[in-house]
Every structure is written in C-alpha cells, then in structure tokens.
Design a protein around this ligand. Structure first.
Ligand code: ZN
Length: 216
C-alpha cells in the first residue's frame, strides 16, 4: 500500500496548511483510484528538494519524497504521488525493462520516456491528473511503450537535458538511482510490479461487477 508516513507529526513541525494540502491530494488519490493500493513509502520533506517548482522524486527502493515547499494544490499532489507510484509499479528502475538491458543507455532520456508513458496512463484513467495534455500531439502514438518512446526521443535528437514531464524541477530527473539498474536473482522479483498486476486485476473485476449491477 502507498503509505504517507508521519503525516500528523509533520503538521507540527512543518507548514500545517501545506502538509494538509498534501494529505488531501493523497487521500483523494486513494479514494478515487487503485493507485493508493500500489506499494510505495511517501515522505513529506522540507529538504532535498528545495526549489518551489520541484514536487517529488522517487528512488529505486520505493521512497517517494514530496517537497512541502512546492506551491501545489491537492490535484497536483495527487498527480505527483500517482506519477511516482507508477514509476515503481512499471519497473522503470529494472534493468530487464530498459532498452539494451540498460547497457550504454542515456538515463536522462530513459527517465523522460518513462515520464511520458506514466503521464499518458494517468490521463487515460480520467482522474483529471495529466499535467501535460500536449504530450500526444508532440510525440504521436505508442505512448504507453517506454522503449518505443525512448527510441523516438533519440531520433528526435533529445538528450534528456529537459525533464519537463517529470515531477522534479525542469532539468532534474525525478527517478533517483537510475544509474544503478535493479537486477533480480533466482526466485527474486519486483514487489512493486507484482502489487500493480494484482491490484489492476482486482480493479478490472470491481469495474466488471459494478457494470453488471448497473445492467440489472
Ligand atoms: Zn517521473
């Protein structure tokens, strides 16, 4: 489950109104979608991300750090949390999911390709969460295949210097630890991806049952 750590405690040590805005975004996300049931450890921070336009970063261990100084409404917080959870859920840190198994890839372009993919998925969920409605016009089709997007970005001469579709400041990657892709040994697997597959399936069942009930 996506867990917002130390929320009440943070109200006492950080700006209460800003902390509450984060909580509203988090609870909205949990109520409105299955994203809150994905795995991730969410922390409210007043350090590490010190520029106001940086919303969040996610690391390969599953920690999502939110920047309490950011001027964001609850919808932007819901987007930022959902965005970071999906990086984990889709296994974007895993070597096996990267182009050329991560060998010699441009991690900045990979981060951007993953951002574009995540943004499209959030847009398709119709939660009003996409922050970048222009992505489809700019990059065309196949926007849910990270590797295809990566290749397309390279063809377009993109060097990843702009990170405008992520949740960090423009120019800084929002996925921390990409330089050390995750590998799994015999019998090991990505728990974030497993939870995603399970919850997506449950969500499908829920929607099916709801439709059957309405149809009756
Ligand atoms: Zn991102």
């Amino acid at each position: 489950m996506a867990w917002l750590h130390d929320w009440p405690k943070m109200r006492d040590v950080l700006d209460k109104e800003r902390v509450d805005m984060i909580f509203r975004g988090y609870s909205g996300l949990c109520l409105e979608s299955y994203l809150g049931r994905l795995d991730g450890d969410i922390y409210i921070k007043d350090w590490h991300l010190n520029r106001k336009d940086a919303l969040a970063t996610v690391d390969s261990q599953g920690n999502i750090n939110l920047n309490v100084s950011a001027d964001a409404d609850m919808y932007s917080w819901a987007y930022a949390i959902g965005h970071c959870l999906l990086h984990l859920a889709f296994g974007h840190f895993d070597r096996q999911n990267m182009p050329d198994a991560g060998n010699g890839i441009n991690i900045r372009v990979w981060n951007k390709a993953c951002d574009i993919c995540v943004d499209r998925v959030l847009a398709e969920m119709e939660l009003g969460l996409s922050l970048h409605p222009d992505i489809e016009e700019t990059y065309g089709t196949q926007l849910t295949d990270e590797k295809a997007i990566y290749e397309q970005l390279l063809k377009l001469g993109d060097d990843g210097s702009g990170q405008e579709y992520g949740t960090n400041i423009d120019g800084e990657m929002d996925m921390i630890g990409l330089e050390h892709p995750l590998e799994y040994g015999e019998g090991e697997s990505n728990r974030f991806t497993e939870t995603y597959v399970r919850e997506k399936e449950r969500e499908k069942e829920r929607i099916k049952r709801r439709r059957e009930t309405i149809g009756r």
